[in-house]
Write a protein that binds this ligand. Structure first.
Ligand code: ADP
Length: 185
């Protein structure tokens, strides 16, 4: 299965992604994790990305597109994957479409985890990551609304979007995700 997982920061994508990976045995491509690893290793990409990440802005599209294009060619992605944190802009979504078209490997589904903004702010403020300072959180939520939420329309127009309510227990939310994903197995 080829899945795109979309949701605002703090929606609980990380937690649900772990459960999806475990049950559906698919590769997990988290661009946040990839960028944090690059930053910690101080690679060229990591050094460039750092200033955007620490201020809550999106890292430029060309960096992310190159990173994912390389990653998708690796052996563990051939049987499917969960894309978590990519695409985050229309330009990234269009670049992804192009890559997938070339290889004749279309997406199966785009899963959206929906959580209201006041709840997101509460959750993020309690998390304590370096980019979880209130002004950075605000910036990340703005980036989501402006740059990422247009993807919902983009993918619903292609008939790929399935939305799941991100309020409730981890198990309740995962049960809804399973119901959706079991349609594509
Ligand atoms: P969040 O917890 O906000 O969902 P992630 O862990 O997915 O964040 O990503 C952390 C940061 O990495 C983002 O705030 C952004 O700066 C950068 N980032 C991750 N994925 C992308 C992407 N697809 N495009 C641009 N920037 C990205």
């Amino acid at each position: 299965m080829r899945i795109v997982f979309i949701g605002p920061p703090g929606a609980g994508k990380g937690t649900q992604a772990e459960k999806i990976i475990a049950k559906y045995a698919t590769a997990h491509l988290s661009t946040g994790d990839m960028l944090r690893a690059a930053r910690d290793a101080q690679t060229e990409v990591g050094v460039k990305a750092e200033k955007y990440m620490s201020s809550g802005q999106l890292v430029p599209d060309d960096i992310l597109i190159a990173m994912i294009s390389e990653r998708l060619q690796q052996a563990d992605c051939q049987a499917g994957y969960l894309l978590d944190g990519f695409p985050r802009t229309i330009a990234q979504a269009e670049a992804l479409d192009e890559m997938l078209e070339q290889n004749n490997t279309p997406l199966d589904v785009v899963l959206e985890l929906q959580v209201p903004e006041d709840e997101l702010f509460k959750r993020l403020a309690g998390r304590g990551r370096a980019d979880d300072k209130p002004e950075v959180i605000r910036e990340r939520l703005v980036a989501y609304t402006k740059q990422t939420s247009p993807l919902l329309e983009y993918y619903s127009g292609k008939g790929l979007l399935q939305s799941v309510n991100g309020l409730g227990s981890v198990e309740e939310i995962f049960a809804q995700i399973e119901t959706q994903l079991d349609c594509y197995k």
